[in-house]
Design a protein around this ligand. Structure first.
Ligand code: SF4
Ligand code: SF4
Length: 457
Protein backbone atom coordinates (compact mmCIF):
# COMPACT_ATOMS: atom_id res chain seq x y z
CA UNK A 1 0.00 0.00 0.00
CA UNK A 2 1.39 3.44 -0.95
CA UNK A 3 1.76 5.42 2.27
CA UNK A 4 0.52 8.70 0.89
CA UNK A 5 -2.55 10.86 0.22
CA UNK A 6 -3.90 12.71 -2.79
CA UNK A 7 -2.66 16.19 -3.69
CA UNK A 8 -0.08 18.01 -1.60
CA UNK A 9 2.96 20.11 -2.45
CA UNK A 10 6.71 20.26 -1.81
CA UNK A 11 7.59 23.73 -0.51
CA UNK A 12 11.25 24.45 0.43
CA UNK A 13 11.48 23.26 4.02
CA UNK A 14 13.68 26.03 5.46
CA UNK A 15 14.61 23.75 8.38
CA UNK A 16 18.41 23.68 8.01
CA UNK A 17 18.95 26.77 10.18
CA UNK A 18 17.57 25.11 13.33
CA UNK A 19 17.34 21.34 12.73
CA UNK A 20 20.78 20.81 14.28
CA UNK A 21 20.12 22.98 17.34
CA UNK A 22 19.03 21.39 20.63
CA UNK A 23 16.54 23.55 22.55
CA UNK A 24 17.90 26.22 24.90
CA UNK A 25 16.00 26.25 28.19
CA UNK A 26 14.96 29.81 29.08
CA UNK A 27 14.51 30.62 32.79
CA UNK A 28 11.29 32.43 33.82
CA UNK A 29 11.55 36.18 33.28
CA UNK A 30 10.77 39.04 35.68
CA UNK A 31 7.10 38.92 34.67
CA UNK A 32 5.04 36.21 32.98
CA UNK A 33 1.70 37.08 31.40
CA UNK A 34 -0.41 33.97 31.01
CA UNK A 35 -3.36 34.05 28.62
CA UNK A 36 -6.60 32.48 29.85
CA UNK A 37 -7.34 31.48 26.24
CA UNK A 38 -4.88 28.70 25.48
CA UNK A 39 -7.10 26.07 23.85
CA UNK A 40 -9.80 25.61 21.26
CA UNK A 41 -13.16 26.01 22.95
CA UNK A 42 -13.98 28.13 25.96
CA UNK A 43 -11.32 30.20 27.77
CA UNK A 44 -10.28 29.15 31.27
CA UNK A 45 -11.79 30.95 34.26
CA UNK A 46 -9.28 32.53 36.68
CA UNK A 47 -8.81 30.72 40.01
CA UNK A 48 -6.43 33.18 41.67
CA UNK A 49 -6.64 36.64 43.22
CA UNK A 50 -4.21 39.55 43.08
CA UNK A 51 -1.51 39.15 45.73
CA UNK A 52 -1.92 35.38 45.96
CA UNK A 53 1.29 33.33 46.11
CA UNK A 54 1.40 30.29 43.82
CA UNK A 55 3.78 27.44 43.20
CA UNK A 56 4.74 25.93 39.86
CA UNK A 57 2.04 23.59 38.62
CA UNK A 58 -0.67 25.03 40.89
CA UNK A 59 -3.99 25.51 39.06
CA UNK A 60 -4.57 29.18 38.19
CA UNK A 61 -7.37 28.72 35.64
CA UNK A 62 -10.17 26.16 35.49
CA UNK A 63 -11.88 24.85 32.35
CA UNK A 64 -15.16 26.61 31.55
CA UNK A 65 -16.70 23.52 29.95
CA UNK A 66 -15.81 20.13 28.52
CA UNK A 67 -14.06 21.69 25.51
CA UNK A 68 -11.75 23.92 27.53
CA UNK A 69 -8.45 23.39 29.35
CA UNK A 70 -7.05 23.85 32.85
CA UNK A 71 -4.19 26.32 33.32
CA UNK A 72 -1.30 26.12 35.81
CA UNK A 73 1.31 28.50 37.21
CA UNK A 74 4.45 28.25 35.03
CA UNK A 75 6.69 29.03 38.03
CA UNK A 76 6.41 30.03 41.69
CA UNK A 77 5.64 33.66 42.47
CA UNK A 78 2.93 36.21 43.21
CA UNK A 79 -0.12 37.12 41.13
CA UNK A 80 0.38 40.81 40.31
CA UNK A 81 -2.66 41.55 38.14
CA UNK A 82 -5.64 40.16 36.33
CA UNK A 83 -5.11 41.88 33.03
CA UNK A 84 -5.49 41.60 29.25
CA UNK A 85 -2.95 40.83 26.54
CA UNK A 86 -2.84 40.55 22.76
CA UNK A 87 -3.65 37.02 21.64
CA UNK A 88 -0.67 35.88 19.54
CA UNK A 89 -2.93 34.07 17.08
CA UNK A 90 -5.94 36.34 16.60
CA UNK A 91 -4.38 39.66 17.68
CA UNK A 92 -7.53 40.38 19.73
CA UNK A 93 -7.50 41.18 23.45
CA UNK A 94 -7.77 38.22 25.83
CA UNK A 95 -7.89 37.99 29.60
CA UNK A 96 -4.62 37.06 31.28
CA UNK A 97 -2.89 36.64 34.63
CA UNK A 98 0.34 38.51 35.33
CA UNK A 99 2.72 36.58 37.60
CA UNK A 100 5.83 37.95 39.28
CA UNK A 101 8.24 35.01 39.69
CA UNK A 102 10.04 34.69 43.05
CA UNK A 103 13.13 33.17 41.41
CA UNK A 104 12.81 29.93 43.39
CA UNK A 105 10.86 28.04 40.73
CA UNK A 106 9.37 25.67 43.33
CA UNK A 107 6.88 23.00 42.31
CA UNK A 108 3.56 22.62 44.10
CA UNK A 109 3.53 19.67 46.55
CA UNK A 110 1.04 17.75 44.38
CA UNK A 111 3.36 17.94 41.35
CA UNK A 112 6.67 16.52 40.24
CA UNK A 113 6.05 13.21 42.04
CA UNK A 114 6.31 9.77 40.40
CA UNK A 115 3.00 7.97 39.87
CA UNK A 116 2.23 4.34 38.97
CA UNK A 117 -0.07 5.43 36.17
CA UNK A 118 -0.27 1.99 34.53
CA UNK A 119 -2.50 0.91 37.44
CA UNK A 120 -5.02 3.60 36.52
CA UNK A 121 -8.29 2.91 34.68
CA UNK A 122 -8.81 4.56 31.25
CA UNK A 123 -11.25 7.08 32.68
CA UNK A 124 -8.77 8.09 35.39
CA UNK A 125 -6.05 8.47 32.74
CA UNK A 126 -8.31 10.79 30.71
CA UNK A 127 -9.11 12.81 33.84
CA UNK A 128 -5.39 13.13 34.68
CA UNK A 129 -4.75 14.39 31.12
CA UNK A 130 -7.55 16.96 31.56
CA UNK A 131 -6.28 17.99 35.02
CA UNK A 132 -2.81 18.63 33.53
CA UNK A 133 -4.24 21.12 31.01
CA UNK A 134 -3.01 19.23 27.94
CA UNK A 135 -3.91 20.56 24.50
CA UNK A 136 -2.71 19.65 21.01
CA UNK A 137 0.80 21.13 20.88
CA UNK A 138 1.09 20.90 17.10
CA UNK A 139 -0.76 24.22 17.05
CA UNK A 140 -4.39 23.09 16.97
CA UNK A 141 -4.75 23.38 20.79
CA UNK A 142 -7.76 21.09 20.91
CA UNK A 143 -8.07 19.86 24.53
CA UNK A 144 -6.39 16.44 24.58
CA UNK A 145 -8.89 14.78 26.93
CA UNK A 146 -11.68 15.56 24.44
CA UNK A 147 -9.82 13.81 21.62
CA UNK A 148 -9.25 10.85 23.94
CA UNK A 149 -13.02 10.59 24.52
CA UNK A 150 -14.46 9.48 21.17
CA UNK A 151 -18.23 9.81 20.67
CA UNK A 152 -20.36 6.89 21.87
CA UNK A 153 -20.60 4.13 19.30
CA UNK A 154 -17.12 4.71 17.85
CA UNK A 155 -14.29 2.33 18.64
CA UNK A 156 -10.69 3.45 18.32
CA UNK A 157 -8.23 0.74 17.29
CA UNK A 158 -5.20 2.90 16.43
CA UNK A 159 -3.44 5.88 17.99
CA UNK A 160 -1.16 7.71 15.58
CA UNK A 161 1.54 9.99 16.94
CA UNK A 162 2.17 12.77 14.49
CA UNK A 163 5.91 13.35 14.14
CA UNK A 164 5.67 14.55 10.55
CA UNK A 165 6.37 18.20 11.38
CA UNK A 166 5.61 18.95 7.73
CA UNK A 167 5.24 22.69 8.29
CA UNK A 168 8.33 24.35 6.75
CA UNK A 169 10.87 26.02 9.08
CA UNK A 170 9.69 24.34 12.31
CA UNK A 171 12.06 21.87 13.98
CA UNK A 172 10.98 21.78 17.64
CA UNK A 173 9.25 18.37 17.27
CA UNK A 174 12.30 17.00 15.44
CA UNK A 175 14.55 17.96 18.35
CA UNK A 176 12.12 16.52 20.90
CA UNK A 177 11.98 13.18 19.04
CA UNK A 178 15.78 13.04 19.08
CA UNK A 179 16.09 13.98 22.76
CA UNK A 180 13.20 12.01 24.28
CA UNK A 181 12.07 9.06 22.15
CA UNK A 182 11.38 6.83 25.16
CA UNK A 183 9.24 9.45 26.90
CA UNK A 184 7.27 10.05 23.68
CA UNK A 185 6.56 6.31 23.42
CA UNK A 186 5.40 6.33 27.06
CA UNK A 187 3.03 9.13 26.08
CA UNK A 188 1.76 6.98 23.21
CA UNK A 189 1.08 4.26 25.78
CA UNK A 190 -0.89 6.78 27.86
CA UNK A 191 -3.09 7.52 24.82
CA UNK A 192 -3.52 3.83 23.99
CA UNK A 193 -4.61 3.10 27.55
CA UNK A 194 -6.98 6.10 27.59
CA UNK A 195 -8.69 5.03 24.34
CA UNK A 196 -8.35 1.25 24.60
CA UNK A 197 -6.60 1.20 21.21
CA UNK A 198 -4.49 -1.96 20.76
CA UNK A 199 -2.21 -0.43 18.11
CA UNK A 200 0.12 2.56 18.18
CA UNK A 201 1.97 4.14 15.25
CA UNK A 202 4.54 6.92 15.28
CA UNK A 203 4.72 8.62 11.86
CA UNK A 204 7.84 10.62 10.98
CA UNK A 205 8.65 12.19 7.59
CA UNK A 206 11.71 10.65 5.98
CA UNK A 207 13.59 13.97 6.00
CA UNK A 208 14.26 13.25 9.71
CA UNK A 209 16.02 9.86 9.55
CA UNK A 210 17.82 10.44 12.86
CA UNK A 211 14.52 10.97 14.69
CA UNK A 212 12.98 7.93 12.99
CA UNK A 213 15.97 5.80 14.05
CA UNK A 214 15.84 7.06 17.64
CA UNK A 215 12.14 6.18 17.92
CA UNK A 216 12.54 2.85 16.14
CA UNK A 217 15.34 1.82 18.51
CA UNK A 218 13.34 2.93 21.55
CA UNK A 219 10.33 0.93 20.28
CA UNK A 220 12.33 -2.23 19.48
CA UNK A 221 10.70 -4.25 22.29
CA UNK A 222 7.19 -2.82 21.92
CA UNK A 223 5.07 -5.37 20.07
CA UNK A 224 2.08 -3.17 19.39
CA UNK A 225 3.95 -0.06 18.24
CA UNK A 226 5.20 0.68 14.74
CA UNK A 227 7.50 3.56 13.78
CA UNK A 228 6.96 4.61 10.17
CA UNK A 229 8.99 6.86 7.88
CA UNK A 230 6.60 8.55 5.45
CA UNK A 231 7.68 10.25 2.22
CA UNK A 232 7.99 14.00 2.52
CA UNK A 233 4.91 15.79 1.24
CA UNK A 234 3.00 18.73 2.65
CA UNK A 235 0.51 18.52 4.47
CA UNK A 236 1.54 15.05 5.68
CA UNK A 237 0.83 16.08 9.27
CA UNK A 238 -2.79 17.11 8.67
CA UNK A 239 -5.01 14.64 10.53
CA UNK A 240 -7.07 13.28 7.65
CA UNK A 241 -4.05 13.03 5.35
CA UNK A 242 -1.95 11.29 8.02
CA UNK A 243 -4.73 8.77 8.70
CA UNK A 244 -5.03 8.08 4.97
CA UNK A 245 -1.25 7.62 4.60
CA UNK A 246 -0.87 5.39 7.67
CA UNK A 247 -4.05 3.27 7.59
CA UNK A 248 -5.49 3.77 4.11
CA UNK A 249 -8.77 4.84 5.75
CA UNK A 250 -10.76 7.94 4.80
CA UNK A 251 -12.31 10.22 7.43
CA UNK A 252 -15.75 11.09 6.05
CA UNK A 253 -16.60 14.71 5.15
CA UNK A 254 -17.64 16.47 8.35
CA UNK A 255 -16.49 13.43 10.37
CA UNK A 256 -13.91 12.91 13.09
CA UNK A 257 -10.76 10.73 13.07
CA UNK A 258 -12.62 8.46 15.51
CA UNK A 259 -15.09 7.71 12.68
CA UNK A 260 -12.14 5.99 11.01
CA UNK A 261 -11.18 4.26 14.28
CA UNK A 262 -8.19 6.54 14.88
CA UNK A 263 -7.01 9.17 17.34
CA UNK A 264 -4.12 11.41 16.24
CA UNK A 265 -1.90 13.24 18.73
CA UNK A 266 1.25 15.28 18.21
CA UNK A 267 4.58 13.93 19.52
CA UNK A 268 5.01 16.96 21.81
CA UNK A 269 1.57 16.29 23.28
CA UNK A 270 2.67 12.69 23.90
CA UNK A 271 5.75 13.94 25.75
CA UNK A 272 3.52 16.23 27.84
CA UNK A 273 1.21 13.26 28.57
CA UNK A 274 4.17 11.27 29.88
CA UNK A 275 5.13 14.19 32.13
CA UNK A 276 1.55 14.52 33.34
CA UNK A 277 0.91 10.85 34.06
CA UNK A 278 4.33 9.57 35.15
CA UNK A 279 5.46 12.68 37.05
CA UNK A 280 2.29 14.65 37.79
CA UNK A 281 3.72 17.68 36.00
CA UNK A 282 1.03 19.84 34.38
CA UNK A 283 1.75 21.66 31.14
CA UNK A 284 3.71 24.79 32.08
CA UNK A 285 6.37 24.92 29.37
CA UNK A 286 6.78 24.19 25.67
CA UNK A 287 9.48 24.25 23.00
CA UNK A 288 9.16 26.50 19.97
CA UNK A 289 11.30 27.34 16.94
CA UNK A 290 12.37 30.93 16.21
CA UNK A 291 13.78 31.32 12.73
CA UNK A 292 13.60 33.19 9.40
CA UNK A 293 15.84 35.59 7.49
CA UNK A 294 15.15 38.45 9.92
CA UNK A 295 16.87 36.76 12.92
CA UNK A 296 20.63 36.25 13.30
CA UNK A 297 20.49 33.62 16.09
CA UNK A 298 17.71 31.22 15.12
CA UNK A 299 17.06 28.26 17.39
CA UNK A 300 14.74 26.10 19.43
CA UNK A 301 13.77 27.44 22.84
CA UNK A 302 12.04 25.75 25.78
CA UNK A 303 10.04 28.50 27.45
CA UNK A 304 7.51 28.86 30.21
CA UNK A 305 3.99 29.81 29.22
CA UNK A 306 3.59 33.58 29.39
CA UNK A 307 7.14 34.45 28.25
CA UNK A 308 7.44 37.81 26.49
CA UNK A 309 7.67 37.44 22.69
CA UNK A 310 9.78 40.63 22.20
CA UNK A 311 12.40 39.33 24.65
CA UNK A 312 12.50 35.96 22.87
CA UNK A 313 12.89 37.68 19.50
CA UNK A 314 15.69 39.81 20.89
CA UNK A 315 17.40 36.66 22.17
CA UNK A 316 17.13 35.22 18.64
CA UNK A 317 18.73 38.35 17.18
CA UNK A 318 15.72 39.95 15.48
CA UNK A 319 16.65 42.72 13.04
CA UNK A 320 13.90 45.13 14.04
CA UNK A 321 14.67 47.45 11.09
CA UNK A 322 14.50 44.73 8.46
CA UNK A 323 11.64 42.53 9.67
CA UNK A 324 8.52 42.71 7.47
CA UNK A 325 6.38 40.14 9.21
CA UNK A 326 6.42 37.69 12.14
CA UNK A 327 4.29 34.58 11.69
CA UNK A 328 2.96 32.55 14.62
CA UNK A 329 3.68 28.98 13.46
CA UNK A 330 5.03 28.22 9.99
CA UNK A 331 4.54 29.83 6.57
CA UNK A 332 1.82 27.46 5.35
CA UNK A 333 -0.69 27.38 8.20
CA UNK A 334 0.61 30.12 10.49
CA UNK A 335 -0.92 33.55 10.96
CA UNK A 336 0.99 36.84 10.79
CA UNK A 337 1.13 38.50 14.20
CA UNK A 338 -0.84 41.72 14.31
CA UNK A 339 1.69 42.84 16.95
CA UNK A 340 4.73 41.24 18.55
CA UNK A 341 3.67 42.74 21.87
CA UNK A 342 2.41 39.43 23.21
CA UNK A 343 3.38 36.34 25.26
CA UNK A 344 3.86 32.64 24.57
CA UNK A 345 0.93 30.23 24.83
CA UNK A 346 0.57 26.44 24.66
CA UNK A 347 -0.22 26.53 20.93
CA UNK A 348 2.73 28.68 19.83
CA UNK A 349 5.01 26.25 17.99
CA UNK A 350 7.14 28.83 16.21
CA UNK A 351 7.90 32.44 15.35
CA UNK A 352 8.94 32.86 11.73
CA UNK A 353 10.54 36.27 11.19
CA UNK A 354 10.68 37.31 7.54
CA UNK A 355 12.08 40.39 5.88
CA UNK A 356 9.50 40.36 3.10
CA UNK A 357 6.00 41.21 4.30
CA UNK A 358 4.39 39.24 1.45
CA UNK A 359 5.28 35.69 0.46
CA UNK A 360 3.24 35.76 -2.76
CA UNK A 361 2.23 38.42 -5.30
CA UNK A 362 -1.55 38.63 -5.78
CA UNK A 363 -3.31 38.49 -9.15
CA UNK A 364 -6.40 37.20 -10.96
CA UNK A 365 -6.99 33.45 -11.44
CA UNK A 366 -5.59 32.19 -14.74
CA UNK A 367 -7.52 28.87 -14.46
CA UNK A 368 -4.40 26.72 -14.65
CA UNK A 369 -5.78 24.06 -12.27
CA UNK A 370 -2.60 23.78 -10.16
CA UNK A 371 -4.57 24.37 -6.98
CA UNK A 372 -6.95 21.51 -7.78
CA UNK A 373 -4.03 19.12 -8.24
CA UNK A 374 -2.46 20.31 -4.97
CA UNK A 375 -5.56 20.19 -2.77
CA UNK A 376 -5.38 17.15 -0.44
CA UNK A 377 -9.07 17.56 0.43
CA UNK A 378 -10.25 17.11 -3.17
CA UNK A 379 -11.69 20.64 -3.42
CA UNK A 380 -11.59 23.25 -6.19
CA UNK A 381 -9.71 26.01 -4.35
CA UNK A 382 -9.95 28.48 -7.26
CA UNK A 383 -13.74 28.37 -6.93
CA UNK A 384 -13.57 28.98 -3.19
CA UNK A 385 -11.36 32.03 -3.70
CA UNK A 386 -13.67 33.43 -6.38
CA UNK A 387 -16.67 32.87 -4.11
CA UNK A 388 -14.81 34.63 -1.30
CA UNK A 389 -14.27 37.64 -3.54
CA UNK A 390 -17.90 37.57 -4.64
CA UNK A 391 -19.09 37.44 -1.02
CA UNK A 392 -16.84 40.38 -0.16
CA UNK A 393 -18.55 42.21 -3.05
CA UNK A 394 -21.85 41.59 -1.18
CA UNK A 395 -23.08 38.72 -3.37
CA UNK A 396 -24.58 36.98 -0.36
CA UNK A 397 -25.58 33.75 -2.11
CA UNK A 398 -21.85 33.09 -2.65
CA UNK A 399 -21.68 31.73 0.91
CA UNK A 400 -24.27 29.03 0.15
CA UNK A 401 -22.36 28.17 -3.03
CA UNK A 402 -19.11 27.93 -1.03
CA UNK A 403 -20.78 25.56 1.45
CA UNK A 404 -21.91 23.40 -1.47
CA UNK A 405 -18.33 23.49 -2.77
CA UNK A 406 -17.01 21.88 0.43
CA UNK A 407 -15.90 25.00 2.31
CA UNK A 408 -15.94 23.23 5.68
CA UNK A 409 -13.78 20.36 4.37
CA UNK A 410 -10.90 22.76 3.74
CA UNK A 411 -8.14 22.13 6.30
CA UNK A 412 -6.52 25.51 5.56
CA UNK A 413 -3.22 23.81 4.70
CA UNK A 414 -2.22 26.44 2.13
CA UNK A 415 -1.07 23.92 -0.51
CA UNK A 416 -3.31 25.62 -3.09
CA UNK A 417 -1.86 29.07 -2.40
CA UNK A 418 1.66 27.65 -2.59
CA UNK A 419 0.92 26.01 -5.98
CA UNK A 420 -0.86 29.05 -7.43
CA UNK A 421 1.23 30.99 -9.99
CA UNK A 422 -1.11 33.97 -9.64
CA UNK A 423 -0.59 34.21 -5.89
CA UNK A 424 -4.31 33.96 -5.17
CA UNK A 425 -5.05 34.53 -1.48
CA UNK A 426 -7.10 31.35 -1.32
CA UNK A 427 -6.68 30.56 2.39
CA UNK A 428 -7.52 34.16 3.26
CA UNK A 429 -10.84 33.79 1.42
CA UNK A 430 -11.53 30.36 2.97
CA UNK A 431 -10.99 31.72 6.49
CA UNK A 432 -13.13 34.75 5.68
CA UNK A 433 -15.98 32.58 4.35
CA UNK A 434 -15.79 30.22 7.34
CA UNK A 435 -15.97 33.18 9.72
CA UNK A 436 -19.01 34.48 7.82
CA UNK A 437 -20.62 31.03 8.03
CA UNK A 438 -20.10 30.98 11.81
CA UNK A 439 -21.77 34.40 12.03
CA UNK A 440 -24.64 33.16 9.87
CA UNK A 441 -25.17 30.15 12.18
CA UNK A 442 -25.05 32.38 15.27
CA UNK A 443 -27.72 34.64 13.73
CA UNK A 444 -29.90 31.62 12.98
CA UNK A 445 -29.53 30.32 16.56
CA UNK A 446 -30.42 33.75 17.94
CA UNK A 447 -33.49 34.01 15.68
CA UNK A 448 -34.68 30.54 16.74
CA UNK A 449 -34.26 31.25 20.44
CA UNK A 450 -36.19 34.53 20.04
CA UNK A 451 -38.98 32.65 18.25
CA UNK A 452 -39.08 30.01 21.02
CA UNK A 453 -39.17 32.74 23.67
CA UNK A 454 -42.07 34.44 21.84
CA UNK A 455 -44.03 31.15 21.60
CA UNK A 456 -43.57 30.30 25.28
CA UNK A 457 -44.81 33.73 26.46
S1 SF4 B 1 -8.57 24.47 -0.49
FE1 SF4 B 1 -8.06 24.18 1.65
S2 SF4 B 1 -7.54 22.01 1.86
FE2 SF4 B 1 -7.45 22.52 -0.34
S3 SF4 B 1 -5.30 23.04 -0.68
FE3 SF4 B 1 -6.38 24.96 -0.26
S4 SF4 B 1 -6.13 25.28 1.95
FE4 SF4 B 1 -5.60 23.11 1.54
S1 SF4 C 1 -3.70 27.73 -9.09
FE1 SF4 C 1 -4.31 29.88 -8.90
S2 SF4 C 1 -4.42 30.62 -10.98
FE2 SF4 C 1 -4.39 28.38 -11.11
S3 SF4 C 1 -6.58 27.79 -11.09
FE3 SF4 C 1 -5.92 27.78 -8.99
S4 SF4 C 1 -6.43 29.81 -8.21
FE4 SF4 C 1 -6.47 29.94 -10.44
Amino acid sequence: MARTFRGGVHPPDGKAATAGLAPQRIAPEAALVISLRQSMGAASAPLVAVGQKVLRGEPIGKPSGFVSAALHAPTSGTVKKLTTMNDPVTGGKVQAIELEPDGEDRWHDACNQPRAWRDMAPEAVRQAVADAGLVGLGGATFPTHVKLTPPKGTAVDTVILNGAECEPYLTCDHRLMLASPGEILEGLDVFMRATGAPRGVVAVEDNKPDAWRALRDAAADLKHVEVLALPVKYPQGAEKQLIKAVTGREVPSGGLPADAGVVVQNVATAYAAWEALAWQRPLTERTLTITGDAVSRPGNFSVRLGTSVPSLLERAGLDAEAVGKVIAGGPMMGLALATIDTYTIKGLSGLLCLKSPEMFAHGPCIRCGNCVDACPAGLVPSTLSLLGEAYEDTQLDALDAAMESGLMDCIECGSCAYACPAGRRIVHYVRFLKAERRKQLARERERKSQQQAAVSK
